[in-house]
Write a protein that binds this ligand. Structure first.
Ligand SMILES: *Cc1c(COP(=O)(O)O)cnc(C)c1O
Length: 453
C-alpha cells in the first residue's frame, strides 16, 4: 500500500494562464452598481477617476475567461503555483475519517493570497501611466501585498491602515515600508474624511470603511493617483480564481473530488477565488460540493446583515453596491482577524448567496483560535487569524464525520500564515482573549444609516 500524498504540486508549466469569471455561468446576473447621486447604473466613466480602464472592463466583463498577462505570470512565478496539502496529521489529531485538503497561500511575498490581485492591479495601473496607488489595509496584509506589487512596476504606494491593527501589528508597517510604501494610521489628519471622524471620536479604532474613504479621497483629488481595493470588487475576485483553478488541477492529480468547501470571508476574495471554479463545475453538473462561507460572529454581514444597496466606505463616497451589509458606518469590535472586519460582503458573493448556491456560518474568535492552535500543532503552520475561521468550520465538519463515519473530502484555503500575528496567539494561550457578542441593538443602529434606494 502506498502512502497517500501530503504535498500536491503543479509545475510552472501547469500554472493556469487565465482567470475565471463566474458571472456568465450564473442563472441571473448580479444587480447593477448605482451612482449615489442619480441612482442610475454607473458607467465606465464614473469609475475612471479611480481605476484604469483595463480593470473597469474586468469589473463588468461577461466573458467567462480573462487571459493573465505575461508580465503578471512572471511575478506569479515567484511563489505560484502554490502547494495543496493533504492534512494527514490534522485528520489524525481529530480522529476523523474525513480527508482534509488545504490550499496554502501563505507562501507569497506578503504571506497571504493578496498578491494574486495586487500584482495585476499594479501592472494595469502602471500600463495606464499612473504614478501612485492609494489603498486601505486592515491587518496589513493588503497594504503589504500592494507595496510589494507597486515595487515590481515602479509605482509609489500610500496605505491607510486601520488604527486598531496599526497599533496591534507594528511589523506590518515595517514590511510595507521595506517594500517602499508609506503608511498612515486611519483615521488620519491629512484627509477630510479622517479629520471628521477624529473630531467626533479622537480615540476611534478605525475601520476598513473609514480607511477606504481616506484612500479614495486622496486618489480622487490627484490625476496621477489611482485607488486599489484588496477585496469585494468583481475584478479582485476574478484575479483570485487562480487559487481554485490550481486546486482543481491538484485534486485531479490525486483523483479527489471535494464534498465540502469552506473558506473565510472578509470581503470575500479568497473564498470566491477558491470556490468559484468549483462552483462552475457544480453548475455544470460535474461535482456537487457544499460550499460554505465562514465569517466572524462579531462582523456577520452574510448571516445577520441585510441584502441592500449600501456604500463601500464610511463617508459615503463610493458607488452604491447591492450587498449583504451591516451598514456602512458599522464599526466592528477590534477582533484579531482584522482582515474580516468589513461591514459589507462582495456584491457577487452576496448575489450567489441569494441564489442559494452557497451557505454561510459565523464563528466566534476563541473557537477559531482553538482550531488554529490544533492546526499549528499538527500541520506545523501557524495560520493567520482570518483562516482560523475556515479551520474552525473544517474541524466542525471533520468531527461530524467522526460521529457519522462519513469519509467526506473537505477542501479549504489556508489563505495566510500568522507569523506577524503572534501577539494574538499569545493572548489566546494566556487566556486573555474575549468573544465579542454583537448585540441586536448595535446592528439595528448601524442599519438605520442605510441609504434609501
Ligand atoms: C485580507 C485577508 C482576508 C479577508 O479578505 P477576503 O477578501 O475575504 O479574502 C482573509 N485572510 C487573509 C489572510 C487576508 O489577508
Amino acid at each position: 500500500m502506498t502512502t497517500p500524498e501530503t504535498k500536491i504540486l503543479l509545475s510552472e508549466a501547469e500554472m493556469p494562464r487565465r482567470w475565471y469569471n463566474i458571472v456568465p455561468d450564473l442563472p441571473s446576473p448580479p444587480p447593477p452598481v448605482l451612482h449615489p447621486g442619480t441612482l442610475q447604473p454607473v458607467g465606465p466613466q464614473d469609475l475612471a477617476p479611480l481605476f484604469p480602464m483595463a480593470l473597469i472592463q474586468q469589473e463588468v466583463t461577461t466573458e467567462p475567461y480573462v487571459a493573465i498577462p505575461e508580465e503578471v505570470l512572471d511575478v506569479y512565478r515567484l511563489w505560484r503555483p502554490s502547494p495543496l496539502y493533504r492534512a494527514h496529521r490534522l485528520e489524525k489529531a481529530l480522529g476523523t475519517p474525513a480527508k482534509i485538503y488545504y490550499k496554502y497561500e501563505g507562501v507569497s511575498p506578503a504571506g497571504s493570497h493578496k498578491p494574486n490581485t495586487a500584482v495585476p492591479q499594479a501592472f494595469y495601473n502602471a500600463q495606464a501611466g499612473v504614478r501612485r496607488l492609494t489603498t486601505e489595509t486592515g491587518a496589513g496584509q493588503w497594504g503589504t501585498a500592494l507595496a510589494f506589487a507597486c515595487a515590481q512596476f515602479g509605482l509609489a504606494c500610500e496605505v491607510w491602515q486601520v488604527r486598531a491593527s496599526y497599533d496591534q501589528k507594528p511589523y506590518r508597517k515595517m514590511m510595507i515600508e521595506t517594500f517602499g510604501g508609506t503608511v498612515h494610521p486611519s483615521p488620519s489628519e491629512p484627509t477630510e474624511a479622517g479629520r471628521a471622524i477624529l473630531a467626533a471620536d479622537p480615540d476611534s479604532p478605525g475601520s476598513l470603511g473609514i480607511a477606504i474613504s481616506e484612500a479614495v479621497e486622496v486618489a480622487a483629488q490627484h490625476p496621477d493617483t489611482n485607488y486599489a481595493l484588496g477585496s469585494v470588487l468583481n475584478h479582485v475576485l476574478l484575479h483570485q480564481t487562480i487559487i481554485g483553478e490550481e486546486a482543481l488541477a491538484q485534486l485531479a492529480k490525486v483523483d479527489a473530488v471535494p464534498d465540502v468547501i469552506v473558506g473565510c470571508t472578509g470581503g470575500g476574495s479568497n473564498f470566491a477565488g477558491l470556490a468559484f471554479p468549483f462552483l462552475r463545475e457544480k453548475l455544470a453538473g460535474r461535482m456537487s460540493p457544499v460550499i460554505r462561507a465562514v465569517e466572524p460572529a462579531s462582523c456577520p454581514s452574510l448571516t445577520k446583515g441585510v441584502y441592500a444597496y449600501d456604500f463601500g466606505d464610511t463617508a459615503g463616497m463610493t458607488p452604491l453596491m447591492k450587498m449583504h451589509t451591516l451598514g456602512h458606518d458599522f464599526i466592528p469590535d477590534p477582533i484579531h482577524a482584522g482582515g474580516l472586519r468589513y461591514h459589507g460582503m462582495s456584491p457577487l458573493i452576496s448575489h450567489v448567496y441569494e441564489l442559494g448556491l452557497i451557505e454561510a456560518v459565523a464563528k466566534s474568535q476563541k473557537e477559531c483560535f482553538e482550531a488554529g492552535v490544533t492546526f499549528a500543532r499538527s500541520e506545523g503552520i501557524i495560520p493567520a487569524p482570518e483562516p482560523t475561521h475556515a479551520l474552525a468550520a473544517c474541524v466542525e465538519e471533520a468531527l461530524r464525520c467522526r460521529e457519522t463515519g462519513e469519509e467526506k473530502t473537505i477542501l479549504t484555503a489556508l489563505c495566510g500564515h500568522g507569523l506577524l500575528d503572534l501577539p494574538a496567539y499569545g493572548k489566546f494561550l494566556g487566556g486573555e482573549m474575549e468573544d465579542h457578542e454583537l448585540s441586536g441593538e448595535a446592528i439595528a443602529a448601524a442599519m438605520a444609516a442605510l441609504p434609501r434606494v
